[in-house]
Design a protein around this ligand. Structure first.
Ligand code: ADP
Ligand code: ASP
Ligand code: MG
Length: 405
């Protein structure tokens, strides 16, 4: 008998029929003798719909109220899944994140989990219940409800698996596992059987939204085996695990596309020590996530600084940037929302060279212009025109021969 944490994404619980299907899957595992903890996301597009509703009221909603709103989605699905399991004659109890003591920091809409007290879950398990926990949410020490960032139910699941010392964590979604590229965009993308934490961490951070990136960080840190599987079939899926020597033989293991960033450029920032520090301190104080940064010194005594931010923070970021730019006496601020970031990822890049030139060459051949570049040990990312992102992804997938044989 083992303790297993399963997580079902929004598409797997999109309607009553699908919730019954999930209930049958959970009960089948329970009947094998396992203790079951199940994390559930909001039904279908409910989170998007709630965001859209808020948007009809205000473009700059209070982040506290946004969390009050968004956390309701998951509360609906956990209760319905508990009822569905009762229908099958099995004991089940649903809980919100705060109810099971998921304690986070105070950064609304992207909070980090600090601690999980497992007593309530352990008690319910001992009483033979399937324990169902609302994903994506927690509370601060002062009882404020928080959410963990889009896709954050994955994090709830992996963090619970760690806290409860589960044998492993199963992430159920609407595709058969992790692919060499988003299978919805690249038709010949191939399912990967085993992938390292580092590779999926990069892919997730670079736009492959099949896994929430912090959930993989937690999995890596505590060595939680994670299986990504399709909730509609019984295929093997993908195992996320520690890196092995064999993985290094594959130079590029996947490509990813992010279309959720915007580029902000501050023109003619006075070229003196401290300008950049002053600007970026303001962004950090406002808790705005900055991704790529490029600084370009011009002939005059000024530099242009470009960086990317996430579109869902753009309005807030722009307000801060305008003010900060004025304070350092920069000339102007321009924003470009029509960008996309394509990336190639693989642990084999540590020991192989020439990947960057192949990547740039493949894009050039298709006349796709590169706007920004950033690299790490196991990835290379390029910002391209927003309209070219999908084409660029397919070009790179082909160039590195990642498709089905
Ligand atoms: P869930 O609601 O189950 O959490 P998500 O929509 O968050 O599901 O994640 C699953 C989706 O991730 C897939 O439908 C797929 O389009 C997308 N995706 C992006 N990149 C990849 C990839 N490399 N492998 C698999 N799926 C990917
Ligand atoms: N419902 C949340 C979202 O759509 C969390 C999740 O699905 O993981 O982002
Ligand atoms: Mg998800």
């Amino acid at each position: 008998m083992a303790l297993i944490v399963q997580k079902y994404g929004g598409s797997s619980v999109a309607n009553a029929g699908k919730i019954m299907r999930v209930a049958r899957r959970v009960v089948a595992a329970k009947k094998k003798g396992h203790q079951m903890v199940v994390v559930v996301s909001a039904m279908g597009d409910m989170t998007d719909d709630l965001i859209e509703l808020a948007d009809q009221i205000t473009k700059l909603p209070s982040e506290r109220e946004m969390d009050m709103l968004l956390s309701t989605g998951e509360q609906v699905s956990v209760a319905l899944l508990a009822m569905a399991i009762h229908q099958l004659g099995v004991k089940a109890m649903s809980f919100t994140g705060p109810q099971v003591g998921i304690i986070t920091d105070r950064f609304h809409t992207k909070a980090r989990i600090l601690d999980i007290s497992t007593e309530r879950i352990q008690k319910a398990l001992k009483e033979q219940n399937v324990v169902i926990v609302a994903g994506f949410q927690g509370k601060t020490v002062s009882e404020e409800i928080t959410t963990l960032g889009r896709g954050g139910s994955d994090l709830t699941a992996v963090a619970l698996a760690k806290a409860l010392r589960a044998r492993h964590c199963e992430i159920y979604t609407d595709v058969d596992g992790i692919y060499t590229a988003d299978p919805r965009i690249v038709s010949d993308a191939r399912k990967i059987d085993v992938i390292s934490y580092d590779e999926i961490l990069e892919l997730a951070a670079l736009g492959a939204k099949v896994m929430h990136s912090r959930s993989v960080e937690v999995g890596k840190k505590f060595n939680v085996p994670i299986y990504v599987r399709n909730s509609m079939n019984n295929r093997e899926g993908t195992l996320i695990t520690k890196e092995t020597k064999k993985m290094e033989e594959v130079v590029v293991s996947g490509v990813a596309l992010a279309e959720d960033e915007a580029k902000i450029t501050i023109f003619q920032v006075p070229d003196r020590p401290g300008s950049a520090a002053q600007l970026f301190k303001k962004f950090a104080d406002a808790n705005i996530n900055i991704d790529m940064i490029i600084q370009n010194k011009t002939k005059t005594n000024t530099t242009d600084i470009s960086f990317t931010v996430f579109k869902n923070e753009l309005a807030r970021a722009l307000a801060v940037v305008q003010k900060a730019a004025k304070a350092v006496k920069a000339k102007s601020v321009v924003c470009d929302e029509n960008i996309a970031k394509v990336s190639v990822v693989g642990v084999g890049m540590r020991s192989h060279s020439g990947i960057a030139s192949r990547m740039f060459g493949a894009l050039a051949k298709k006349k796709i212009n590169i706007d920004m570049i950033s690299t790490s040990e196991i990835k290379i990312s390029c910002v391209v025109d927003g309209d070219k992102g999908r084409e660029a992804l397919r070009v790179l997938h082909g160039e590195f021969k990642l498709g089905k044989k």
